[in-house]
Write a protein that binds this ligand. Structure first.
Ligand code: 76R
Length: 222
């Protein structure tokens, strides 16, 4: 029991240093993972790999880190689509900046999955002419924009950084909207012909109280 309270205290310290760095140095989102792939999830945005490493070290050396077993990890850099060219309006620049240096939303559900574009002989995204990729991404974007207000999406690039090519992070207050947008996009060529999706993670955002509950309450007597 004492040990569990130490874990809570350890979590508080980690969360405190996250909060102290923000909002100047990024944003973060804690979540409870559905299914037994993992229990606790943390998405952190920082301006450099160095900042991320420092945080990873702090967690690894903490009491909480001593009991956590890494289930999945993904490193990538925020990206804003280029197929529409440079923004021409203030609203356009606002959109780009909001995707390059996001403050993660407080929506209740998070979905994360990596994505690759195929390099099959008959379906090679990387040998398509720019105009065709632009056309496919436009169709893709048209579907996406219908979810404005219901889904917040962040595309992060990971070519040369992690195992897959992009990380897709979706936030929503309604998990069925997540299922819906991903299903709908599957039928557009950008995903239907060229997309591969190694795995999915879905979870529920939790605050300090929720994490304290996860670490401390409801344990069956040993
Ligand atoms: O031209 C345009 O209008 C499109 C703007 C746009 C680009 C360039 C855009 C819009 N995306 C772009 C790039 Mn996207 N996105 C995904 C997924 O599950 C799946 O099938 C795909 C996972 C989702 C759910 C999603 C949502 N997008 C990309 C790229 C990089 C491709 C490259 O560079 O070659 C990937 C991998 C990707 C994947 N996308 C949108 C959305 C949504 C909701 C939008 C509309 C956003 C808005 O206008 O507010």
């Amino acid at each position: 029991d004492r040990f569990r309270h130490q874990l809570s205290a350890s979590f508080q310290l980690i969360n405190q240093s996250l909060q102290e760095a923000e909002p100047e140095k990024g944003s973060h989102y804690w979540f409870s993972v559905n299914g037994f792939k993992a229990d606790l999830g943390l998405m952190v945005l920082r301006p450099s790999l160095d900042d991320l490493n420092q945080l990873e070290e702090q967690i690894a050396k903490s009491k909480l880190g001593a009991v956590l077993k890494p289930a999945k990890s993904y490193v990538s850099v925020t990206e804003s689509g280029t197929y529409t060219g440079k923004p021409k309006t203030d609203r356009g620049w606002k959109y780009v900046n909001a995707h390059l240096k996001p403050t993660l939303p407080s929506m209740h559900y998070i979905c994360f999955y990596p994505m690759n574009k195929r390099r099959w002989p008959q379906a090679n995204w990387y040998t398509l002419p720019y105009e065709q990729r632009q056309k496919e991404m436009h169709e893709h974007g048209t579907i996406g924009r219908r979810y404005a207000g219901k889904i917040k999406q962040y595309i992060t690039g990971s070519i040369g950084i992690d195992d897959d090519e992009w990380g897709v992070t979706l936030f929503s207050d309604d998990p069925l909207q997540i299922k819906k947008i991903v299903s709908e996009m599957r039928y557009a060529a950008a995903s239907a012909i060229y997309g591969d999706f190694p795995y999915f993670i879905i979870g529920e955002g939790i605050d300090e109280k929720g994490i304290d509950h996860m670490l401390n309450s409801g344990w069956e007597e040993q």
